[in-house]
Design a protein around this ligand. Structure first.
Ligand SMILES: *[C@@H]1O[C@H](CO)[C@@H](O)[C@H](O)[C@H]1NC(C)=O
Ligand SMILES: *[C@@H]1O[C@H](CO)[C@@H](O)[C@H](O)[C@H]1NC(C)=O
Ligand SMILES: *[C@@H]1O[C@H](CO)[C@@H](O)[C@H](O)[C@H]1NC(C)=O
Ligand SMILES: *[C@@H]1O[C@H](CO)[C@@H](O)[C@H](O)[C@H]1NC(C)=O
Ligand SMILES: *[C@@H]1O[C@H](CO)[C@@H](O)[C@H](O)[C@H]1NC(C)=O
Ligand SMILES: *[C@@H]1O[C@H](CO)[C@@H](O)[C@H](O)[C@H]1NC(C)=O
Length: 588
């Protein structure tokens, strides 16, 4: 029998590879203040402004509420419990940990990797925002929780786990973290059945975070968040290199991951992999200081004809394309010896098109950037990502006019997000009394009755601080209905750009975020009557209360046999596929 001290040592070792925050977490812990804090304007004369610091802190806190697995002693979310601790047992691995992707319970590697890549990018070029607001320890904790899980999901050079659990099981369960159905298969890509997109994006996540932990910075930007740790950076780099090589050289060839793992089609199918390969090559080139990879990125960009897809693309987990010329410009300006000149004009053409309104993105009446092809199932995400990219790029714009136009547009979208909109809602949970009260989150809702998500319980049990919701509809209307996932669902990728935007404002803005100026009860007086018109709530005027009435009607008329299918369609509460603007299918 193993001696108790030895098994404890082993346990500690395992834990260490997973979390081991290097920056010790504050004691007592930092916790979100009550939403009423966001109704009290500050004196508006200090950096960091306390409200922007709080927004950054809450944005990180949101990720802690989404954690899966055995929670550490430092867990700050009092209402969360250990959950799904057996994930990976079906493949003899410990794939517990990581994050639930959104309002339900699958774990999905592609949107997680995209989110981590974004967060490490923001911590490289706006890292002072984390330092100034004393959030760097929580950033480190969040990144290590994510990267630790991604390492477990990458148990050998050419194997990557891409999804845990199924959408169908998710659709059938609504409830807390103690009752999650434990039939959660682990799905992988490997040498014979690869997934170029997910392998490349996970390589990009590891490489960008390796660059952060090795202290890389960009000219014209702040220093990175104070996290330098060369041994951790080299561990991350090794995973990045293996995954990139797997993406490029898998014996099975290059293909989207749903070709190998059809079940991801129900959750996060990908529309292509040329963008992922290009972005991975750029990050890896920076992280390992290798000009050949920067050249390779340019070759991919041409080979996959990404230039012609760029102008009307949005930036999201399925479409990283707009990030490419922006990152390329940052790398070229800061590390000219790596080569890669020529991205800047592409970056500016892309951003000019957004601010001039000549592209696919148009402003709604209330002022939200809206893309017909990509915004309908989560209106805020493309807009916040654009705001974040515009402000990032403004620092290196080639003229004052461009810089001013990018900053102005970015501020308009940020203000909209934070309450300057026709509903007077700051679309981040728990920031202000007018924030959404009914985010679509099975965990936070406290309910377990899948046929009465909206009313059971009447008030959401827990405040999901810091969560960005899907957003209002194209007419700027927001209904705050719990089962209406296009408007009210939260997700790990929705929050990623919020962190960088908040860090930018922490660094630069003495003025408060817009929401401190909102009147008490502003949303209640503007809340639209009726119900939304989207995939959950029928647009038909004859139906007074949406999906469930529709079920009742159909069931009565057609009979019970059809219940399964309808319940599946109407209550599918996991996030659906998000269409990405142009479908840039690769031509090989
Ligand atoms: C650097 O990271 C490693 C690996 O996670 C960790 O063991 C070590 O404590 C960290 N070093 C410092 C100085 O924080
Ligand atoms: C950060 O910590 C320092 C030192 O404890 C403290 O003086 C400062 O007020 C804190 N800043 C914020 C924004 O919490
Ligand atoms: C965690 O467990 C407690 C005690 O059983 C329960 O009240 C709470 O709702 C659980 N949290 C979630 C998110 O299910
Ligand atoms: C490789 O991945 C495919 C698709 O997920 C899977 O069916 C197959 O079992 C995997 N191969 C091995 C050796 O695990
Ligand atoms: C990158 O490589 C160049 C030349 O190959 C070298 O001068 C530079 O010091 C290296 N930078 C880092 C951070 O390793
Ligand atoms: C912060 O302000 C400086 C000086 O006005 C400007 O150059 C920089 O681009 C700003 N940074 C951000 C993130 O807004």
């Amino acid at each position: 029998m193993v001696s108790p001290s030895l098994s404890l040592a082993t346990l500690l070792f395992v834990q260490a590879s997973r979390v081991a925050a290097q920056v010790s977490l504050p004691s007592p812990p930092w916790l979100p203040p009550s939403p009423s804090f966001g109704a009290n304007p500050s004196s508006g004369d200090s950096i960091p402004n306390p409200h922007w610091s709080t927004l950054l802190g809450n944005g990180l806190f949101f990720y802690e509420a989404q954690r899966s697995g055995r929670l550490p002693d430092t867990n700050r979310v009092s209402w969360r419990n250990d959950s799904c601790t057996n994930d990976g047992q079906d493949v003899n691995l410990d794939l517990s940990g990581g994050y639930y992707d959104a309002g339900n319970f699958i774990k999905a590697t592609l949107p997680l990797s995209f989110s981590i890549m974004q967060i490490c990018w923001g911590a490289i070029d706006h890292g002072s925002g984390y330092d100034l607001s004393n959030q760097t320890a929580y950033l480190d904790d969040m990144l290590r929780w994510s990267l630790g899980w991604l390492m477990e999901a990458h148990p050998s050079p050419n194997t990557l786990f891409v999804q845990i659990g199924t959408g169908a099981a998710d659709d059938a369960y609504w409830g807390g973290d103690r009752g999650i159905p434990q039939n959660r298969p682990s799905y992988q890509v490997n040498d014979t059945n690869p997934g170029t997109d997910v392998a490349a994006m996970t390589a990009a996540a590891f490489a960008s975070c390796s660059a952060l932990y090795s202290g890389r910075s960009f000219k014209s930007y702040s220093s990175p968040a104070s996290l330098q740790n060369n041994s951790y950076a080299s561990t991350l780099l090794q995973h990045a290199q293996q995954l990139y090589s797997f993406a490029v050289n898998a014996r099975g060839g290059q293909m989207t991951y749903q070709t190998s793992v059809p079940i991801v089609q129900d959750s996060y199918p990908s529309s292509g992999y040329g963008d992922d390969l290009t972005l991975a090559a750029l990050w890896l080139g920076l992280a390992q200081n290798d000009s050949a990879l920067i050249t390779q990125a340019q070759d991919y960009f041409n080979q996959f004809q990404l230039g012609s897809q760029l102008p009307d693309s949005v930036f999201n987990w399925d479409s990283s394309l707009p990030g490419i010329p922006i990152l390329g410009t940052q790398i070229y300006q800061s590390y000219p010896q790596l080569g890669g000149n020529g991205w800047q004009s592409q970056a500016e053409a892309y951003l000019d098109r957004i601010v001039s309104g000549k592209g696919a993105g148009k402003l709604t009446k209330g002022g939200l950037l809206y893309y017909t092809a990509s915004s309908s199932l989560a209106t805020l995400n493309p807009a916040i990502n654009a705001a974040m990219l515009l402000r990032r790029y403004a620092a290196i714009a080639t003229s004052n006019d461009k810089q001013n136009a990018y900053l102005k547009f970015s501020k308009g979208q940020t203000d909209y997000l934070l309450g300057n909109n026709p509903m007077s809602v700051p679309y981040v949970v728990g920031m202000n009394p007018n924030s959404p009260h009914n985010p679509h989150s099975a965990l936070a809702s406290g309910g377990n009755d899948i046929s009465n998500i909206n009313t059971s319980p009447p008030a959401e049990a827990y405040v999901l601080y810091g969560g960005v919701v899907g957003g209002p509809d194209q007419r700027d209307r927001y209904y705050d209905i719990r089962d209406d996932w296009p408007q009210t669902e939260i997700a790990i990728d929705y929050n990623a750009p919020l962190l960088t935007l908040a860090a930018m404002n922490v660094m630069n803005d003495t003025a408060d975020p817009f929401y401190t100026s909102l009147q008490a009860g502003a949303y209640d007086s503007k809340k639209p009557s009726g119900h939304p018109c989207d995939p959950v709530y029928s647009c038909s005027p004859s139906l007074s209360s949406g999906g469930k009435i529709a079920i009742a009607v159909v069931v009565t008329v057609v009979g019970l046999g059809i219940i399964g299918g309808i319940v599946y369609l109407v209550l599918r509460s996991r996030r659906p596929k998000e269409p990405s603007a142009p479908q840039y299918k690769e031509r090989i």
